[in-house]
Design a protein. Structure first.
Lengths: 334, 405, 277
């Protein structure tokens, strides 16, 4: 019956179950390097073991460690920042049984763990006058782990809503006049204080929303992938920076690309010039979608081979895994 | 247009015509599109429904110091969008900060003097100074902006209602821009106390026995007792949008900037005898804030020619393909326009937005402080480059306006 | 189907995956849509239209019926569709209608007091709160806030077609995923004699064989993820048998057991519950 416990549908168990996947080359060596390389309080093995319910790391401890060693962090050699990019996020799909779609996503470098749920199409009671007659209303709610939502959450909600509104096909059958409600709970990772930049959290939130939307089978025109980039004081571009690196950076960038290569979202802050941003954009593009390959006409099977290790490939693999498990009966019999 | 309605049916043109104001309300998208893409027969330039060229900003005016009961204030008007900003400074005693003694013990005991000196040098801050600045301004929340839209500024906003999510996200944007640009120097907000210098043994006695025998100090000049921060100024920055006709962020940020440039803080010092901070009421003693740079925000919207794009079941081309198409069509009819400083009417017709905050250093080099783009996929790298160029032109204009006010 | 083709929203369905049956028009299932290539851009005129996915799912085709559809995540909430067979529970009744619960947290569906086989003012069934009905979705209305209407009778013939519609007496209801409910419906609708494992589902036929000695069982599957099971023929072990069947179905659903595992599991459960030796 151990098999039974492993596949149980409860949230806490599924966090640690075989549902999880590593991003990037999936050898055991990399798995180990995840524990040894990614230093800092956020990616230690103990933080991996914490689940949503038992996350006891207090914000004060986080900020202390952040203040104690900024100088040492800045002097890390460049390759360190690459070693962290090798460690990919983990995600699981459909872990809430009551929601139409749900997903959890954990970013190892920033330590954030997000649980997202999607309900669509749902009636939004009492709001009928505010609903658009020809398409669905997208609503996003972000719930911080330890406080009530404040102005920062409103801002991030606005960004995600604006972006998703363009991608969700709210005119498909059954959607007009109804709502697509996305709730994102921050269940692990440090707290974001008032006025702090929300950019470090944004890619995790975006990926969680995408996975939850996919598991809820909400019609969309395209998928997307997002990346967090930092430019350090010495003008070194750090992909997937840790929170400490992000805090010390001279500029922070969040970019999201559609599955067809469009720049969907850019949020940059800090001091930088346009040429730096262009380099950042290229790096982010490589991180999200892999290096630019000559287009193969409509051949998805070919593309899927090339993009493991990228954010887009990660989303695809997670979904493929889940679907293949769900339809194992079909795949095996036919 | 009763005359045209009664016109003979022999004319092939449709008999019904509408005055422009009604056309604008009934078919807003077609109305704006007709302005932007005039028929090629008459040699009219592409112009927006509000009479501006696509990249033209609205007439902007600023007036600083109009509210007398604040430390600094400004009214900025961009077209029909008007924002009032007032800055009020209040004192925050370090003894009221719960974690103050702890954080001082860990972080600031190392040479506070030298840190301040480097800060005076301007941009060459070392990392520790930046970290101390950040710790003071961000962790102690010395800047508290709050934006209010519930002034009846637009028909959708009812006075006295709870802050809308737009107001909340604008508040956050302003706060986060204040933090990321490090506009306000932490040193302007610190109130220092320099204990009279005394020898080490006296210092000990002074601390232990609370004796105020300052006269006994026969100090050696090298052993200087460290300065300490006794209080901070907290700046409450309240922004009210009194009229909203699109592009609230640019107006709000310009108002904040103008108000902070106007802000004067009274001279304040620690009074040892009363153990409190005392302010001078002489205006001549008051000091202006020395801000870092002049970040100017410029917002843009993208108007797409195809009104029914969301309805059309057409393939969204790949990004590279889209670019090729655009190049091929260059010179021909544009499919989308970048509109600078969109007004309320245009904001209702557009989904894709971009916002660029730029500053120029003393050499005239453009520094981007914030760049946002969301809500669509038509803006690409070249467009952003163009927007940055437009924003730097706007920076010159805004600098002139803010310097004059 | 060794390596299934999984599509994400925006992906095109490769033309080699489409059924090559030219006699019938191609039918699209859920999750797919036909998009036109903007005419100015399509270099090759032969592909004016492309099929793209709007959801994540596995592409399945049926060459016989010339259909292509996308299998999305099976654990979705049930959304009423016309002609679906569902199991509804009466919440309360009014003069003309029974108000039924189809899915939790959604508006009640309406079931006419007279939409039963042979029902008239005098002979209509007197259903009370909590009673179960096997019904067909008659209409789902349009737009938000529209009411779903159910019926237990074919309005054209006045018969309860397909058979078995109407109040469900006795038995128990078990919740399964909507994907499992669809599989069960497919499995039970096709004559299970000729093809033993429809959609890899042998659990029902296996249970039927094993429980034949107890008098068999009755089952009704609702698309809304409900399965009603009745073993009243089994005498005193009726409750035990019902629960055993329910457990088998739920476990097969949750764990996605393959045919061999299903057989093993059925044997184990029945032995554990001491229903068969």
């Amino acid at each position: 019956m151990s098999e039974e416990a492993k596949l149980s549908h409860t949230l806490v168990v599924s966090d640690l179950s075989a549902k999880q996947r590593m991003w990037g080359p999936r050898s055991t060596k990399n798995r180990e390097s995840f524990f040894h390389d990614a230093a800092g309080p956020y990616a230690s093995p103990s933080s991996l073991r914490t689940t949503s319910k038992t996350d006891t790391r207090s914000p004060s401890r986080q900020s202390n460690s952040g203040q104690r060693k900024p100088t040492t962090w800045l002097s890390f050699p460049l390759e360190f920042s690459f070693s962290t990019t090798m460690v990919g996020p983990t995600a699981s799909l459909s872990n809430l049984s009551r929601a139409d779609g749900s997903a959890s996503f954990k970013c190892p470098t920033t330590g954030y763990k997000i649980l997202g749920s999607v309900n669509a199409p749902v009636e939004l009671p009492g709001r009928r006058d505010a609903l658009k007659p020809e398409e669905a209303t997208v609503e996003v709610f972000i719930k911080p782990g330890n406080t009530t939502a404040g102005v920062g959450e409103r801002y991030a909600e606005g960004i995600i809503r604006t972006m998703l509104q363009k991608l969700i096909l709210g005119r498909e059958r059954g959607f007009p006049r109804r709502g697509v409600v996305i709730t994102l709970a921050i269940v692990g990772g440090g707290a974001i204080a008032r006025g702090d930049s929300y950019l470090t959290l944004l890619p995790s939130l975006l990926h969680t929303s995408l996975l939850a939307l996919l598991s809820g089978a909400v019609p969309m025109s395209m998928t997307y992938s997002a990346a967090l980039m930092a430019v350090s004081k010495s003008n070194v571009i750090v992909s997937n920076p840790t929170l400490v690196e992000a805090k010390a950076a001279s500029s922070l960038h969040v970019l999201a690309f559609s599955s067809k290569g469009h720049l969907l979202l850019n949020e940059s802050q800090g001091r930088f010039d346009f040429d730096t941003w262009k380099t950042v954009q290229q790096r982010a593009h490589a991180l999200c979608r892999g290096v630019e390959l000559p287009e193969v006409d409509g051949d998805i099977a070919m593309e899927a081979q090339g993009d493991s290790g990228t954010a887009e490939g990660f989303v695809r693999e997670t979904v493929e895994d889940h679907l293949c498990r769900d339809y194992a009966w079909k795949i095996n019999t036919e | 247009m009763a005359t045209s309605a009664a016109a003979p049916a022999s004319s092939s043109r449709p008999a019904l015509s509408l005055p422009p104001s009604q056309f604008a309300r009934l078919q807003p998208h077609a109305y704006l599109l007709a302005h932007l893409s005039p028929p090629s027969t008459n040699n009219q330039p592409s112009i927006r429904a509000n009479g501006r060229a696509p990249t033209q900003f609205r007439v902007t005016s600023a007036n600083a110091g109009s509210l007398t009961h604040t430390n600094g204030s400004a009214v900025v008007r961009i077209g029909d969008t008007a924002a009032v900003c007032g800055v009020r400074a209040e004192l925050l005693h370090t003894e009221d900060i719960a974690s103050w003694s702890v954080s001082q013990a860990t972080s600031s005991n190392k040479s506070p003097r030298s840190a301040d000196q480097t800060e005076e040098l301007g941009e060459q801050d070392d990392n520790e100074t930046i970290e101390r600045e950040r710790a003071h301004i961000e962790d102690l929340n010395l800047l508290v902006p709050n934006l209010s839209l519930s002034t009846g500024c637009a028909p959708g906003f009812i006075p006295g209602s709870a802050p809308s999510s737009l107001a909340q996200s604008l508040s956050h944007q302003i706060l986060s821009l204040l933090h990321s640009t490090r506009l306000v120097r932490a040193d302007d907000l610190r109130i220092w106390y320099q204990p009279p210098s005394m020898g080490p043994e006296e210092l000990e006695r002074h601390n232990d026995e609370e004796q105020m025998d300052v006269d006994t100090a026969q100090n050696d000049p090298v052993e200087e007792s460290p300065r300490e921060i006794k209080a901070f100024w907290v700046l409450y920055i309240d922004i009210m949008i009194i009229s909203l006709a699109g592009n609230a962020f640019d107006a709000a940020w310009a108002a904040v900037l103008a108000a902070l440039r106007d802000t004067k803080l009274p001279k304040a010092w620690w009074d040892v005898d009363n153990e409190t901070v005392v302010c001078s009421d002489s205006i001549s003693d008051a000091r202006k804030l020395s801000l870092r740079g002049l970040p100017v925000a410029s917002s843009f919207a993208v108007f797409e020619a195809d009104a029914a794009a969301g309805w059309r079941a057409a393939v969204i081309p790949e990004a590279a393909e889209m670019k090729a198409q655009r190049l091929a069509r260059k010179g021909g009819v544009s499919e989308r326009w970048l509109l600078a400083d969109p007004d309320g009417y245009e904001e209702g017709l557009t989904q894709e937005r971009a916002c660029v905050v730029v500053d120029k250093d003393t050499d005239g080099k453009v520094i981007i402080l914030k760049m946002e783009k969301n809500g669509g996929w038509t803006i690409d790298t070249e467009d952003l480059q163009q927007l940055v160029d437009l924003s730097s032109q706007r920076w010159e204009e805004m600098k002139r306006i803010l310097d004059e006010c | 189907m060794a390596s299934p083709l999984v599509l994400l929203p925006g992906d095109e369905v490769p033309s080699r995956h489409l059924p090559s049956n030219k006699s019938n028009p191609l039918k699209l299932g859920p999750g797919l849509r036909l998009l036109s290539q903007p005419s100015s851009t399509s270099q090759n005129a032969q592909s004016q239209h492309v099929l793209t996915a709007t959801q994540a799912g596995i592409v399945t085709t049926d060459a016989k019926r010339n259909t292509v559809s996308l299998l999305s995540f099976p654990n979705r909430r049930y959304i009423p569709t016309v002609n679906d067979l569902i199991i509804a529970q009466i919440h309360h009744s009014s003069v003309d209608y029974f108000h039924c619960m189809v899915t939790p947290h959604t508006a009640h569906a309406l079931l006419g007091q007279l939409s039963f086989e042979g029902a008239s003012k005098k002979t209509r069934p007197m259903l009370r709160q909590g009673d179960l009905v096997y019904a067909r979705v008659l209409s789902i209305g349009l737009g938000a806030g529209a009411e779903v209407e159910l019926t237990c009778v074919n309005p054209a013939t006045g018969k309860s077609e397909p058979g078995g519609l109407g109040p469900l007496n006795g038995g128990m209801v078990f919740d399964v995923s909507t994907g499992m409910a669809a599989r069960l419906l497919r499995a039970s609708s096709s004559s299970s004699e000729q093809n033993e494992s429809i959609d890899g589902l042998v659990v029902l036929s296996e249970l039927g064989k094993k429980l034949e000695s107890l008098g068999g069982f009755e089952i009704a599957v609702g698309r809304n993820g409900k399965v009603w099971i009745d073993c009243s023929n089994a005498g005193e072990s009726a409750v035990k048998a019902t629960i055993a069947i329910g457990r088998c179905l739920q476990t097969v659903d949750e764990k996605g057991l393959g045919p061999a595992d299903q057989k093993k599991f059925v044997t184990r459960i029945l032995r554990e519950m001491k229903l068969v030796s």
